[in-house]
Design a binder for this molecule. Structure first.
Ligand SMILES: *[C@@H]1O[C@H](CO)[C@@H](O)[C@H](O)[C@H]1NC(C)=O
Ligand SMILES: *[C@@H]1O[C@H](CO)[C@@H](O)[C@H](O)[C@H]1NC(C)=O
Ligand SMILES: *[C@@H]1O[C@H](CO)[C@@H](O)[C@H](O)[C@H]1NC(C)=O
Ligand SMILES: *[C@@H]1O[C@H](CO)[C@@H](O)[C@H](O)[C@H]1NC(C)=O
Ligand SMILES: *[C@@H]1O[C@H](CO)[C@@H](O)[C@H](O)[C@H]1NC(C)=O
Ligand SMILES: *[C@@H]1O[C@H](CO)[C@@H](O)[C@H](O)[C@H]1NC(C)=O
Ligand SMILES: *[C@@H]1O[C@H](CO)[C@@H](O)[C@H](O)[C@H]1NC(C)=O
Ligand SMILES: *[C@@H]1O[C@H](CO)[C@@H](O)[C@H](O)[C@H]1NC(C)=O
Ligand SMILES: *[C@@H]1O[C@H](CO)[C@@H](O)[C@H](O)[C@H]1NC(C)=O
Ligand SMILES: *[C@@H]1O[C@H](CO)[C@@H](O)[C@H](O)[C@H]1NC(C)=O
Length: 829
């Protein structure tokens, strides 16, 4: 407890009372002259966070905390005086004479202090930033300089974007989450969460000093002990080592929604998120999905499999350590070896071998031993203290010398663990179930592989070469080889349903012309009904040419991995004999261009529908660029690639051109420019350079088309303007931009919104990629989160000469937009 001398306190309060009225205007700071008295609060500059006094539900005390301004239903993400609540409602937050940020109760006792020794007395300011960070610094410096103290280094139970959880093994200095004691009591509970600075770092939750949950080792991209990390929105994490022993974990999110991680009072980490996209995400991620997620549930050497009953079992060569307790469901004793290992025996028939367990969460506390896979087994076998090893890309060989703790069997993730066993155990007849399981899984893999192989053989050599290039590395076209390759290797084609040709033939009445929806460059598209009654769209690549093979493989790989409300879903595929077929969800309303450019149907698209479409496309695009685990550049965004469902919700389709990016690359170069005239950004059309910003360009063109109801290319015959962009730019400069708007929607009621959209469209189509906003900024601008829009510079392609001197493939847009699955025509390669 600290007390401030009576006289100076009186002075301070007198001084303060002169300024108290200033709080009627919004401020984002507390300073020497501006204090905060219950129930006043301050908001961050962008109104994202608010700091003030609160009482938790079920409590009678007052606390000072920071919470999401627009989501008061979330618990405060940070609490200052966790350990000493204010017992009255006369609390004050202020800068004390010693330069610290302090909280005092009605009796003027200091209940909390930032407690740093500062050189200068007084004159400090505490700013609440839009990240949720409360920063104490010198009054005369800007917010980022010379931070004396910040709340991000004294976290409570919430892990916010840009926050850093860190640990240092040498100094024991760490930033960790601490749970509340209960939902009504913010004082520190028994659970803490953070990074365990092992030689392969992991995220842990501890109950006191005992591990309660762990994420599995970090492999450079993900934590490999989280079954859902590949499919759930856990993207954006990065774990860094500063080479002085400090590991720090942080993550970033696109601005479109709020998401953070909360360590609940019962020790479960929960992803909290908000926003209208909630329904797309299913259940929020939680560290406790099954009992198996509790650390060491099955004891040493026990394997936890949530799909089995009982959940715990012993691996081959092991038996329960305490059979009686084990059969009662008390697994704490774990498993013990039936036969000791024979390490060191010179008798070669008695040497040890390894039992392989597939798709596992690796045991806790691995040691890193060697980077190359082929050496793993040899090194482990030759060292008697090595009891198990595993290899995974991004980490290398891991080995274990102690008991194997916290193993879990996954159904669709994890790595293979090899456990040392004496030969005698390995030779034993296998458990029938195991044999069956192994045979089955091997069988499935084998069949899948052979189908692919057979199909590949049947192709001409040229095609085969092409295919390998696409699937493996894309060596010639871009510098994305290393990380891109790894990502692509991880893609599991098994996620896709393999349908038989026969089934699809039945579904479409032998591909009869009655079921045909249209014809594209790569072949016809049919509507079909699968055996289970599901209506689907079936895209059959024409047998005649190899064209499209690369795109076919690409599309399959890309789209099977992404799922979002605004992206069309691939349901399955068929690669049989000469056939390459993709099966999609069926979109009854076909594509956007069929509505937008049709004089009759366009009436159905009033402004609110158009805005919904614009917003939806942008959200789909943001998902591709930022939110999915892969970064994907679509490269061929246009009206005919936007499909509409019953309610005219937009879905981006046709990933034939899409490219997967590694985490670090921002742009790539291709020699083969594919895309559609009018939608291609200048740097891409002319230099083959593509990036997120080239998609943003296409989006901008699309946006202007949606507002004007006219094709960008429909201007080519007119004398005055060479494109929609040129037309829009002229109108903009004449101050007559509303003349661009489709007469169908040009009544006055939405003028401001329409005008803002056009403004955004112009910003997106600016000549230089750097001037164009990112997708997340576009969303914020469309939804008025950013109101202060920059003045656009001249868009690309506003002058005539540019049109036909590039190598790019040209498309005849008018004849091709045929159906609800469009197929991109490539000519003149
Ligand atoms: C608040 O934000 C606006 C716009 O980002 C900026 O111009 C202004 O300087 C900020 N104010 C403070 C006090 O940081
Ligand atoms: C302030 O820090 C000192 C040491 O730096 C410590 O002894 C003291 O207990 C702290 N006071 C509070 C209120 O945290
Ligand atoms: C306090 O800050 C003001 C400017 O904001 C500066 O003029 C003054 O010298 C500072 N006083 C002290 C004691 O640092
Ligand atoms: C801010 O104040 C500190 C101490 O009062 C002083 O050392 C520093 O030079 C000042 N900075 C600026 C930008 O005035
Ligand atoms: C860090 O913590 C470990 C275990 O709690 C302890 O053995 C070690 O001495 C501590 N090191 C320092 C520098 O405090
Ligand atoms: C946490 O540990 C305490 C004692 O160490 C124990 O009583 C409690 O059951 C543990 N909680 C959980 C959820 O395991
Ligand atoms: C912890 O509490 C949350 C909600 O209060 C609940 O959903 C979760 O299942 C609990 N976890 C455990 C391990 O009981
Ligand atoms: C579980 O078994 C261990 C011995 O294996 C014993 O010490 C412990 O008390 C048992 N726990 C319960 C809850 O029965
Ligand atoms: C090696 O062990 C096998 C089986 O235990 C035994 O039959 C054989 O005689 C042993 N050979 C030597 C050289 O010890
Ligand atoms: C065997 O492994 C242990 C633990 O990894 C290590 O300390 C030891 O040096 C190794 N021994 C040999 C001979 O490599």
């Amino acid at each position: 407890m600290m007390l401030i001398g009576g006289a100076s306190l009186l002075f301070v309060l007198l001084l303060l009372s002169c300024f108290a009225s200033e709080f009627s205007t919004a401020t984002d700071f507390v300073s020497w002259t501006r204090y905060l008295q219950d129930p006043e609060s301050i908001t961050s500059n962008g109104s994202v966070f608010r700091m003030g006094f609160f009482t938790p539900k079920g409590s009678k005390y007052r606390y000072v905390g920071i919470w999401y301004n627009n989501y008061p239903e979330f618990n405060p993400v940070w609490v200052a005086n966790r350990e000493r609540p204010i017992e009255d409602s006369l609390g004050t937050v202020m800068i004390s004479e010693d330069g610290n940020l302090v909280i005092m109760d009605g009796k003027k006792d200091v209940v909390w202090s930032s407690n740093v020794t500062t050189s200068a007395r007084g004159n400090k300011t505490a700013h609440l930033l839009d990240t949720g960070n409360l920063v104490l610094h010198e009054a005369n410096t800007s917010t980022s300089d010379e931070v004396i103290w910040q709340s991000f280094e004294h976290v409570s139970d919430s892990f916010l974007p840009k926050m850093k959880l860190s640990s240092n093994a040498r100094t024991n200095v760490s930033v960790m989450l601490t749970s509340w004691k209960s939902s009504s009591d913010p004082s520190p509970g028994p659970f803490s969460g953070g990074i365990n600075p092992l030689n392969i770092p992991e995220a842990f939750v501890w109950n006191g000093t005992r591990p309660y949950w762990r994420s599995g080792p970090w492999n450079g991209q993900i934590f490999i002990g989280l079954a859902s990390m590949e499919s759930v929105y856990l993207d954006g994490f990065s774990l860094q080592n500063d080479n002085e022993g400090t590991f720090s974990l942080t993550y970033k999110y696109a601005m479109a929604y709020i998401s953070y991680y909360l360590l609940q009072p019962n020790g479960t980490l929960l992803q909290v998120y908000s926003g209208e996209e909630e329904n797309d995400r299913g259940l929020p991620w939680s560290s406790y999905e099954t009992e198996c997620d509790v650390y060491g549930k099955c004891g040493p050497y026990g394997i936890c499999d949530p799909s089995k009953s009982p959940i715990c079992s012993c691996p081959r060569g092991f038996k329960p350590g305490n059979l009686e307790e084990w059969s009662r469901g008390n697994w704490t004793a774990g498993c013990v070896r039936e036969t000791p290992t024979n390490c060191g025996s010179s008798n070669s028939s008695k040497r040890d071998g390894f039992l392989r367990l597939q798709k596992m969460k690796v045991p806790a506390f691995p040691e890193w031993s060697f980077p190359l896979e082929n050496e793993c087994a040899k090194r482990c076998l030759s060292n008697c203290s090595c009891l198990a090893y595993a290899y995974t890309e991004g980490v290398g060989c891991m080995s274990w010398t102690g008991d194997l703790l916290d193993m879990q069997k996954f159904s669709n993730a994890g790595v293979d663990i090899h456990i040392r066993l004496p030969r005698s155990e390995l030779g034993k007849a296998r458990d029938l179930k195991l044999v069956l399981a192994v045979t089955l899984s091997v069988g499935v893999v084998f069949i899948t592989l052979s189908v692919l192989l057979l199909w590949m053989r049947a192709r001409k050599r040229r095609a085969v070469t092409k295919l390998q290039e696409t699937v493996t590395s894309d060596r010639e076209e871009s510098p994305i080889i290393s990380s891109g390759k790894r990502i692509q290797d991880n893609l599991k084609l098994q996620d896709l349903k393999l349908l038989s040709f026969e089934e699809l033939s039945t579904a479409t009445d032998s591909f009869s012309s009655a079921t045909k929806l249209g014809e594209g460059g790569f072949g016809p598209v049919y509507m079909g009904k699968l055996l289970d009654g599901q209506e689907v769209a079936i895209k059959r690549l024409s047998r005649a040419s190899d064209q499209g093979l690369e795109e076919f493989m690409n599309e399959m790989v890309v789209i099977s991995k992404v799922q979002h409300r605004n992206l069309v879903r691939l349901l399955g595929c068929c690669v049989e004999r000469e056939e390459k077929i993709l099966v999609y969800e069926f979109m009854p309303n076909k594509s956007l261009d069929e509505f937008l450019f049709d004089p009759v149907k366009k009436d159905k698209l009033d402004w609110s529908k158009r805005f919904k479409i614009i917003d939806g496309i942008c959200r789909g695009l943001l998902y591709l660029h930022r939110d999915s685990r892969l970064r994907i550049i679509h490269r061929d965004l246009k009206a005919s690639n936007i499909l509409l469902d019953e309610e005219l919700n937009p879905k981006i389709s046709d990933f034939g051109m899409a490219r997967i990016f590694g985490a670090k690359e921002d742009q790539a170069n291709t020699r083969r420019v594919v895309g559609t005239y009018g939608y291609m950004a200048p740097e891409y059309a002319m230099g083959g350079l593509f990036s997120e910003k080239s998609d943003v360009f296409s989006f901008g063109v699309l946006l202007l088309e949606i507002i004007s109801g006219r094709r960008n290319t429909s201007f080519s015959q007119e004398e005055q303007y060479c494109s929609l962009l040129g037309f829009a730019w002229t109108l903009w400069n004449e101050g007559n931009i509303m003349a661009l708007v489709d007469p169908v929607i040009s009544n006055n009621s939405h003028q401001i919104e329409v005008r803002r959209c056009i403004h955004v469209g112009l910003l997106c189509t600016q000549e230089l990629g750097n001037d164009r906003p990112t997708t997340s900024t576009v969303i914020s601008m469309l939804n008025s989160e950013i109101t202060d829009l920059r003045i656009p510079k001249r868009p690309a392609f506003t002058e005539r000469q540019i049109t036909h001197d590039t190598e790019s493939s040209e498309q005849s847009e008018g004849t091709r937009s045929i159906n609800h699955i469009t197929i991109t025509t490539i000519e003149g390669r």
